[in-house]
Design a protein around this ligand. Structure first.
Ligand SMILES: [Zn+2]
Length: 242
């Protein structure tokens, strides 16, 4: 068993040695393009101007230059273009997936999709056209329920340096959909809320709805909002009983 392990290790070392992207020739290090394999300019281990030309992504300055990927100019430019395109595709896919998760959860909650069709399609379009307007599937679910119930909402509205989940301009109301982690930052929330009220006016109310409620009974959101307002935002509504 030990014999076999040694053999594997030896093979690994040999394979690794062959795969190296640079060769040493009399103290000169010849860089090879990571993508096309073309050998670059001769360059010493020092970062000279010539070296930099063939080593255009020195992101990790703490890692030895010859241990990182290097690119010829053309491959570097192509790689950057490809990454930019992939970044955009990734964001779009992520947004679409989040929306699908939201619909999936609403379906499990037996939401009447025929009744909600217009609201769903409106938010779907809005989600695709506006980057970063929803941080979670729960926010998407909340938005669908809210617009179906004729609330006028502004998702991710800016108040001073803060961004709130939903602003209801006609109702002087801010709604935050809070996850579990919020239990640990109550004092931060208090400061944030008072700053928001200072900016918008004392007549504004800030309500917090747990993501749990949306995940289990999203359709009860308007009722929860009305009850919270009745209780003057004491946050003591038993939403499970709604
Ligand atoms: Zn290349």
């Amino acid at each position: 068993m030990i014999e076999l392990d040694k053999k594997i290790v030896l093979n690994y070392i040999i394979a690794g040695g062959l795969k190296k992207t640079y060769k040493k020739r009399g103290g000169v290090c010849i860089m090879k393009c990571w993508v096309c394999g073309k050998e670059g300019a001769n360059c010493t281990r020092d970062i000279t101007a010539e070296y930099k030309l063939y080593y255009e992504i020195p992101i990790r300055k703490t890692v030895k230059a010859e241990h990182q990927r290097c690119y010829c100019k053309k491959c570097y430019e192509d790689t950057m273009k490809r990454l930019a395109i992939e970044d955009k595709q990734y964001v779009t896919l992520k947004r679409k997936r989040m929306f699908e998760n939201a619909l999936d959860k609403l379906e499990r909650q037996q939401l009447d999709f025929v009744k909600y069709e217009e609201a769903i399609k409106t938010i779907e379009e809005y989600n695709l056209e506006n980057d970063g307007k929803f941080d979670s599937s729960q926010e998407i679910m909340a938005a669908i329920i809210l617009i179906q119930n004729r609330y006028h909402i502004k998702p991710q509205a800016k108040v001073g340096s803060y961004q709130v989940d939903f602003m209801f301009p006609e109702d002087n109301l801010i709604l935050e959909i809070d996850g579990d982690r919020h239990n640990f930052k109550k004092s931060y929330d208090k400061r944030r809320d008072s700053t928001i009220k200072e900016i918008l006016g004392s007549e504004w109310q800030i309500l917090r709805i747990p993501t749990d409620m949306i995940d289990q009974k999203a359709e009860k959101l308007p009722l929860a909002i009305e009850q919270l307002l009745d209780y003057k935002a004491t946050n003591k509504v038993n939403w499970r009983a709604l």
